[in-house]
Write a new protein. Structure first.
Ligand SMILES: *[C@@H]1O[C@H](CO)[C@@H](O)[C@H](O)[C@H]1NC(C)=O
Ligand SMILES: *[C@@H]1O[C@H](CO)[C@@H](O)[C@H](O)[C@H]1NC(C)=O
Ligand SMILES: *[C@@H]1O[C@H](CO)[C@@H](O)[C@H](O)[C@H]1NC(C)=O
Ligand SMILES: *[C@@H]1O[C@H](CO)[C@@H](O)[C@H](O)[C@H]1NC(C)=O
Ligand SMILES: *[C@@H]1O[C@H](CO)[C@@H](O)[C@H](O)[C@H]1NC(C)=O
Ligand SMILES: *[C@@H]1O[C@H](CO)[C@@H](O)[C@H](O)[C@H]1NC(C)=O
Ligand SMILES: *[C@@H]1O[C@H](CO)[C@@H](O)[C@H](O)[C@H]1NC(C)=O
Length: 554
């Protein structure tokens, strides 16, 4: 008896101190859906808008609130789970300046002026708690965007005077809690850390995160916030604009998985935040650049070798590549589909997003092919005009999530290596095609796009013996390896052009529960919603000319 009550007490104490909090290891098998609370789901009877009036149509250019709330997110959780989403990252939840500015209104939630209060535009404490408990009931994680780097002010000319600071309704009332004014020089990291975002119209005063009072206040606050709301993870806004040393203490106090926005194209620079122990992970901006380059039409300036090099960089730069956020677009960037209109190229990019080492991060609207040009505010349209359709891209994401999840949960191995533990290794590359082995799968990507081509892509050695029956987990088409385990992929099928493929042995496909009999739901023909025919082998891999493989294996 004494033992069990001591254990119960320990367990209670442990949960109070966040020991059950989700770690990087808990997150690595998840996928994340990034949403802006104001734009993801419309007000409803059970989730009334907090803003009156709500515009009849949500024009992103107007930069005002369109009515989404924490409660309205709940209305669309079935939609997210239908796509296999098991974690959401929501835009900042804390109090913003709530006045008209030269850049209109803080509908996005990033103009936080006091993290100790919630943003009443999105709901109450109870509402946020209701959302989070609803997520947890569904075994979904919640990640909250944390914006602590700067405080907006409308008092351009004497921003740091005591009077201005009092008027800003900010939690920081002493000028010593801010760095002195200078505008950021992005080529200078010190300047990135201490100078100010914004401009003379709307300066964002840079919080002095070296000040002991600021440090202790924020560390205490984040610990309490995470515990109070049962938060599973934090996305750290403006990661590279706060000294890494600050993040070390802050993320330790938070005690949950953290992923930072280190908006930078350098592998080793972004990696230094993870490798230095300052945060668990970063969003993979270098990989985002490599994928965009590989699959964009204009300019089609890449060959697949570069993409293979990028995969190697991801593996060698980061101490823990398996938790790097892999994304195609976000709230600051032009929509991927504006750059890559061809649905087949986008499909290939999505396979990279979901299968490369890392955590796939889908920005709301990607699944509905939102393609608004330019960045902020065009990339922040309301989702509801899409009617949350179960369209081709939505189903492709569902399929990719299913494949990835099944590979992880079954732990299937090839040569002793599972999908999660193995590294994507290029086993064939040409200027337009690349094939990777990763545990029990071989997957191929190409930048041929639509429509069909008569050329084929040959892989000399997949690692499987000759005459092995394979299934493409995307289309459920069957293949058979040729001599030496070779494979030849034709891009002449059905008028679809350069489709990606994810091969597993027919017996592994059965274990995965994908493409077995009976035909599972959600099996997609390349660009339609009808079930694919799996009865006839599509291609028998007889490696004809070695010339098909124009670049050497690496
Ligand atoms: C970088 O920025 C800091 C802060 O503004 C400044 O003090 C320093 O001189 C700059 N360094 C260079 C090389 O420009
Ligand atoms: C990253 O690599 C470049 C070139 O190799 C080097 O100049 C730079 O100092 C490195 N940065 C970090 C943060 O290690
Ligand atoms: C492809 O890119 C690699 C690496 O940048 C380069 O060495 C190679 O010459 C390129 N090949 C072709 C055919 O463009
Ligand atoms: C990209 O955005 C621009 C500007 O809004 C628009 O004119 C163009 O049609 C868009 N392209 C695609 C492919 O949607
Ligand atoms: C994957 O790559 C990393 C970094 O190069 C290496 O440390 C690790 O051992 C590799 N894992 C496997 C299973 O090959
Ligand atoms: C979407 O449509 C596909 C094909 O009809 C179906 O299998 C799948 O269950 C649908 N998904 C949802 C969430 O309704
Ligand atoms: C698939 O897409 C291609 C190119 O967009 C089109 O020509 C073809 O008709 C589509 N096939 C089906 C079955 O929708």
């Amino acid at each position: 008896m004494r033992f069990s009550s001591a254990a119960a007490l320990l367990a209670a104490a442990a949960s109070l101190h966040g020991v059950n909090a989700a770690t990087a290891d808990d997150w690595k098998s998840r996928n994340i859906y990034q949403l802006l609370t104001d734009r993801f789901a419309p007000p409803s009877d059970t989730a009334p808008a907090r803003t009156n009036p709500v515009p009849e149509t949500c024009d992103p250019v107007a930069q005002t609130w369109c009515g989404g709330t924490w409660l309205s997110i709940i209305d669309k959780l079935d939609y997210l789970q239908g796509m296999g989403v098991d974690a959401i990252w929501i835009s900042p939840v804390h109090q913003n300046i709530d006045v008209h500015t030269p850049y209109n209104y803080a509908y996005h939630g990033y103009w936080v002026n006091d993290v100790t209060k919630l943003n009443p535009r999105f709901g109450s404490e109870q509402d946020l708690q209701t959302l989070i408990s609803e997520l947890h009931k569904r075994d979904m994680y919640i990640m909250v965007d944390i914006a602590i780097n700067s405080i907006p002010t409308l008092n351009q000319n004497d921003a740091l005077s005591s009077e201005s600071l009092a008027a800003d309704n900010s939690m920081w009332t002493d000028p010593a809690y801010f760095h002195k004014q200078c505008w950021i020089d992005y080529s200078n990291q010190t300047s990135c850390e201490i100078c100010w975002f914004g401009d003379a119209n709307l300066p964002l005063m840079d919080v002095n995160t070296e000040h002991p009072y600021v440090i202790s206040t924020l560390n205490t606050w984040i610990k309490d916030f995470v515990t109070k709301y049962n938060i599973d993870g934090l996305r750290l806004d403006a990661g590279k604009h706060i000294p890494p040393e600050f993040w070390s203490g802050f993320t330790q106090s938070a005690g949950v998985f953290t992923i930072g926005e280190v908006y930078d194209g350098s592998w080793n620079f972004t990696a230094s935040y993870q490798n230095g122990g300052h945060m668990d992970s970063v969003l993979g901006f270098p990989m985002n650049g490599a994928i965009s380059k590989a699959f964009s039409i204009k300019p089609k300036n890449s060959n697949m070798t570069d993409l293979g090099v990028a995969v190697g960089q991801q593996l060698s730069s980061y101490n823990n590549p398996r938790v790097i956020g892999n994304f195609l677009e976000n709230h600051d960037m032009t929509r991927f589909r504006n750059v890559t209109a061809d649905p087949i190229l986008a499909y290939n990019a999505m396979v990279a997003q979901f299968l490369f080492e890392g955590i796939p991060v889908t920005y709301y609207g990607q699944e509905q092919d939102l393609a608004n040009g330019h960045d902020d505010p065009y990339n922040r349209a309301a989702l509801w005009p899409t009617n949350y359709e179960n369209g081709t891209t939505y189903q492709r994401i569902a399929r990719l999530n299913l494949i990835r999840k099944q590979l992880i949960t079954t732990g299937l191995q090839f040569n002793g290596k599972s999908y999660m533990d193995d590294n994507s290794t290029a086993i064939g590359v040409t200027p337009t095609d690349i094939a990777f082995r990763k545990g029990p799968i071989v997957y191929t990507l190409n930048n041929r796009g639509s429509p069909s081509e008569t050329e084929a892509f040959g892989i000399l050695a997949t690692g499987w013996p000759s005459q092995t029956a394979l299934v493409d987990l995307l289309s459920c088409h069957q293949f058979i390896t040729g001599s030496g385990g070779s494979l030849s992929i034709s891009y002449a099928q059905d008028g679809y052009g350069g489709l990606p493929y994810i091969f597993a042995t027919a017996s592994d496909a059965k274990t995965l529960g994908i493409c077995g009999k009976p035909t599972p739901v959600g099996v997609l023909a390349p660009n339609s919603t009808s079930a694919a025919d799996i009865s006839s082998p599509m291609s028998v891999g007889l490696m004809g000319a070695a010339a098909l493989l124009t670049a050497s294996l690496f």
